[in-house]
Design a protein around this ligand. Structure first.
Ligand code: NAP
Length: 522
């Protein structure tokens, strides 16, 4: 059986005890094991900080961008091999695996492209400056200076490639070394990506380390120059942000957590319009892509009461075309959930939601998968629920079922009622609104904007270009308030601010301008 290794202090470490098994969710067979036992975490941390950090900071921003481009290319060259690993360890269909891998290489390439105009700048400045004195001789600007610690990245199981790559792209471009830790259950793809990068010798020594298994005492080593960026459940986020050393030294912590994202159908969208088609296509995709295991998946579908029956019928019709099973079978278009625990959590979660909603599609129980031995694998068909009284059912807005599950919620067709329902989740990553009525869009935005990190406005004018509400495009911010973790990632060059100290520089204009250079984030 394959034993995953960690990359620390510039060399591979293989544990000899304390293993957790990685399983093929399509048949329940063990495919690898992982453990971080025996890692000297203080030495691993010090190597990244003292070897990787100075090496990255010595490079221009443009050179760091070139390295990201090479990393993107190296991973892309192994695309087929990585897709096969994803099928084996995540139960992803080929389409889902490509979504993860192309998201990873695309984000790396995007950040590389942002640095192309960096010239010989070693810093990114936030602005072109402003007059501070009586005349323009006394001038001020804001500069992003790389932090001199380590960026520790802890990722969720659902995007083993994209998850590590999007965080690493921002940190490395900013000039910070990374220690990345994938979720153990799906670490096979991440381990191979890091191996590919290491073998290609692209990054300076110590710029990228990997922990497979537990983080040991790593987090208790972090201080004021370090960054912790986490993606996962709200429960784990709370545990991590409560480390006393992180609190006492004000370590930057960026948390991306659970989110009960909403898709809202506006009033007056007729069944034969492009907006209607986009709404249905997006909701269907967001329920079933990656078996609903996406932080940006749609969990709540808000529909004017007089359109409820049409939406229910159209969605049930689409969902009946889903073939659940082993992605190795070509007829399958939705794979299993990633682990036995995820399946059990989904079954329990649906039972809880059913206390406030009716089942209108699916069973909410494990099923056998096409192309899999009966009784093996962690399969579940899509589930659509319908709430009679969404405003009086807080559980429907607070309990995230991380699977192919969503709840239909009628509302009175007003922006105020739709916004109230959206806000009941206490903060989401993305809210999508399908509507061609500008007045409704403006009222809805004013009421809902404070409760969501991204507003995706589906309408007939953009329907043929939209990638869907679930895609975290690197150009746009990713993260949401409150329950969603309160984090901010991506958003173009804004993404590197997490890994930098913003410094207000004040002085004579020529001196400040020469120091800060011409490379602005906006
Ligand atoms: P999780 O159980 O919270 O685990 C996330 C990561 O935290 C894993 O790498 C896990 O490692 C690690 N971890 C757990 N306890 C830890 C501890 N005490 N110290 C250090 N690391 C620890 O979440 P998950 O089940 O992997 O992911 C599903 C959740 O992630 C869902 O709730 C989903 O909404 C959320 N998610 C959010 C986003 C976003 O961008 N906001 C994106 C994707 C997923 P082990 O695997 O080794 O336990």
């Amino acid at each position: 059986m394959k034993t995953l290794k960690s990359l620390v202090q510039g060399r591979w470490h293989e544990a000899d005890s304390g293993f957790a098994n990685l399983v093929n969710p399509s048949n329940g067979e063990t495919v690898a094991r992982a453990s971080s036992a025996g890692i000297d975490f203080p030495a691993a941390y010090a190597f990244a900080r003292d070897t990787g950090g100075p090496a990255l900071r010595a490079l221009t921003v443009a050179r760091r961008g070139e390295l990201l481009k090479e990393v993107s290319r190296a991973i892309h060259q192994h695309r087929d091999e990585l897709i096969a690993l994803s099928l084996l360890n995540s139960g992803a269909t080929r389409k889902d695996a490509k979504f993860d891998l192309d998201g990873a290489t695309g984000t790396l390439a995007y950040y590389a492209s942002l640095a192309r105009d960096g010239g010989d700048a070693r810093f990114v400045s936030l602005d072109g400056g402003m007059q501070l004195g009586r005349t323009a001789r006394f001038w001020g600007r804001h500069l992003l200076v790389p932090r001199q610690g380590v960026a520790v990245h802890i990722n969720a199981f659902n995007f083993p490639a994209w998850g590590f790559a999007e965080k690493a792209a921002q940190a490395i471009l900013a000039g910070m070394p990374v220690i990345t830790k994938p979720a153990t259950s799906t670490a096979l793809v991440t381990e191979r990506c890091i191996e590919i990068i290491h073998e290609a010798g692209i990054l300076p020594q110590g710029a990228m380390s990997l922990i497979c298994g537990s983080t040991g005492d790593l987090l208790s080593l972090l201080g004021g120059q370090d960054v912790l960026a986490f993606t996962g459940s709200a429960d784990t986020a709370l545990k991590l942000r409560s480390y006393p050393n992180l609190l006492s030294s004000n370590t930057r912590a960026n948390l991306e957590a659970d989110s009960l994202n909403a898709a809202v159908l506006g009033p007056g969208v007729s069944d034969d319009s492009d907006t209607w088609d986009l709404f249905l296509a997006d909701v269907f995709r967001e329920m079933t892509q990656k078996t609903g295991q996406k932080c940006t998946a749609v969990r709540r579908i808000m529909v004017p009461s007089d359109r409820l029956a049409s939406v229910r019928e159209a969605l049930c019709d689409r969902l009946s075309g889903i073939v659940v099973g082993n992605p190795a079978d070509s007829s399958v278009n939705m794979g299993p959930l990633s682990t036995a625990d995820q399946l059990q959590d989904a079954v329990n979660g649906i039972a809880l939601l059913r206390e406030s909603a009716e089942l209108v599609f699916g069973t909410g129980e494990r099923c056998d998968g096409v192309g899999a031995e009966p009784g093996t694998g962690f399969y579940m068909a899509p589930v659509l629920l319908e709430a009679g009284d969404p405003a009086g059912s807080p559980t429907l807005h607070q309990h995230e079922v991380f699977g192919p599950v969503a709840t239909l919620m009628p509302y009175d067709g007003s922006p105020a009622e739709a916004s109230r329902l959206v806000a009941m989740a206490g903060g989401t990553l993305v809210t999508s609104l399908y509507c061609d009525d500008q007045e409704f869009v403006e009222s809805f935005t004013a009421e809902t904007g404070a409760f969501t990190g991204r507003l995706y406005l589906g309408s007939k004018k953009m329907a043929d270009q939209a990638p869907g509400s679930g895609v975290a495009l690197p150009q746009s911010l990713h993260g949401g308030p409150g329950r969603a973790g309160g984090g901010e990632e991506l958003g173009g060059l804004r993404g590197i601010a997490l890994y930098s100290q913003p410094v207000a520089v004040q002085g004579s204009r020529p001196m400040v301008d020469k120091l800060c250079g011409e490379f602005h984030s906006r």
